[in-house]
Structure formats: C-alpha cells, structure tokens
Design a protein around this ligand. Structure first.
Ligand code: ATP
Length: 271
C-alpha cells in the first residue's frame, strides 16, 4: 500500500505554509520529516491525517483520496499522534489508550476483552503500565506523550503519523521509543512518517536496518529527500538551518555497521 502526496499546497489566510509538496510513503518504509521550526511539518501531518482538509493537491492511498474516506475507514489506515492534545475530560490513561480502538467498534459497541488485552500489552511494551489508572490530565508532558504513542499503536493503522514523538521525553524514554518504532518497522509492514528535530534519528533507524528516507522541508517546500546520508549533509544542514555541523562516524556496541552522527558546531547568525 502506498500513501501518495501530490502537489500539496496549504495556506493559513494569505500565508503559504506548504508549497507544492510531493512525496510518497510505502508500507515498510519510515520517513523522517525534518525542517526548522515553522517549516510546515505539523501542517503537513495535519493535512495527511485529515485534520486539515482545506488544501490543494492530492493525498491518496492506492488512488483513493483520503478526504473521501469515512472517518472510521481513514482511522483504520492512518493513525495520528499529534504533538499535543488536550483530553478535557477526567479519563484514566488506560481509557485514553483504549480510544485508539474506536475505529473498530460499532456505534453502540463497548470494547471487549481483546481490546483491553491489547491496551495492556502496549502499555507494558512501552513500560508505562504503572500509569494505567492515573488520570491523563495529571501526567507529566513526557508521560502524556507515551500514552499518546500507545493510543496510536493500539489503533493498528497501516500508516502512522508521529509528530515529534520524542519531544519532552528523557534520554532513556527517547531511546525506548526509537527502539519500539524500529522494532515495529522490522516486524510488521507499517509505514511511518515521523517528524523530528534530531537528524540523528534518521541515521539511527537506517543503522538498525529500517528502510529509512529523510525528507527535509524548508519554508513549506521539500528541499531534499532520499537516503539519510544523501539528505543530511553538512551543506544541506548549513543551507536550511544556517548551522555549521560535523558528521562523525561511530560503531555502537554490537552493531555491524558504523552509524553517522551529526554534531552541531556553531550557528551562522548574521550570514
Ligand atoms: N492555526 C494557525 N494559524 C495561522 N498560522 C499557523 C497556524 N498553525 C500554524 N501556523 C503557521 O504555520 C507555519 C508552519 O507551522 P507548523 O506547525 O506546521 O511548523 P513545524 O515545522 O511543525 O514547526 P515546529 O518544528 O516548530 O513544530 C508556522 O509559521 C506557523 O506559525
């Protein structure tokens, strides 16, 4: 299955946010969506998920426009983990995760044993089972993030859109989420778009053997896309972020291949 984005343009009022973006996401492939603050990453994910529908261009799965799909049909194909969301009612974390099963329930159905078991399994996989009965609104930012990731996972959609899933996570939880995403990619046929501010995430996934593509946005347009080493070069990063970097290579314990690692050196303010 392929998710195709063709000539996507989006404006807020008169401000162009996305300018003729075309790319694809195939099952079995992970796209790291990178770009400076305000370059349009979240807006692009909002358009793909159907959260924003007032765009020009096409977003299709196997030729069927996502905007023409019924909500449940779309939710079975695309799960969206937004950067932030407000759950305004006093739900326990486990109930928030259980909401991911909604696309599989009829209007008057209640979740069954299988749904509850899946929720528990995902909470355990993310090592947050101890949060299950805590009220969502009382969780820390990082804990909420993990609960939202769990909700996306139980949704079981082919395509997963993750908006900065590791923002506000501590070092260990960031690595755990990266490991979980790469394990999921290696053991199933999901397609993932993950926006991130850390280009090293793309190198990490590629090094783990995940079919990884980097897409670099600047001011709402794709400036480069392809294999992480081809996109995340010193020149491209200087051009897009106005940041001088060095790319190091190291071989992690137990790894067979060396992994690249971008180290920021200095900004190029005023240039
Ligand atoms: N509701 C809105 N109304 C007007 N402008 C908006 C709105 N939401 C976002 N924007 C603008 O759209 C542009 C792109 O925002 P977007 O959140 O997509 O960028 P981003 O690449 O995800 O940024 P970040 O890395 O900071 O999360 C920004 O200039 C932002 O100010």
């Amino acid at each position: 299955m392929t998710l195709s984005i063709k000539n996507l343009c989006f404006q807020y009022g008169k401000q162009t946010i996305l300018n003729d973006v075309s790319t694809t996401l195939k099952q079995g492939e992970l796209v790291c969506l990178l770009g400076p603050n305000g370059s349009g990453k979240t807006t692009m994910l909002n358009c793909i998920s159907g959260f924003e529908d007032d765009f020009d261009g096409y977003i299709e799965i196997e030729g069927i426009p996502v905007s023409k799909m019924r909500d449940t049909e779309r939710a079975r194909r695309i799960a969206y983990m937004p950067q932030k969301d407000e759950v305004n009612f006093p739900f326990a974390a486990r109930e928030v995760v259980l909401m991911g099963r909604t696309p599989y329930l009829g209007r008057f159905d209640v979740p069954g044993d299988k749904d509850h078991a899946l929720v528990l399994a995902v909470l355990e996989a993310l090592d947050i089972q101890h949060l299950a009965d805590q009220m969502y609104h009382t969780l820390s930012g990082g804990e909420k993030q993990l609960v939202r990731i769990a909700r996306g996972l139980v949704q079981g959609a082919v395509f997963q859109l993750l908006d900065e899933p590791t923002a506000s996570l501590d070092l260990k939880n960031e690595m755990m989420v990266l490991e979980h995403i790469s394990d999921m990619m290696l053991s199933s046929s999901h397609g993932i778009v993950m926006s991130t501010h850390d280009p090293n995430h793309a190198f990490y996934f590629a090094q783990r053997g995940v079919k990884t593509r980097a897409v670099l946005l600047e001011a709402g347009a794709v400036v480069s896309e392809g294999a992480p080493e081809a996109v995340l070069t010193v020149d491209n990063i200087r051009r897009v972020y106005r940041l001088g970097t060095q790319i190091l290579s190291f071989t992690a314990d137990g790894a067979v291949k060396p992994q690249s690692h971008i180290v920021p050196i200095r900004t190029e303010r005023g240039i």
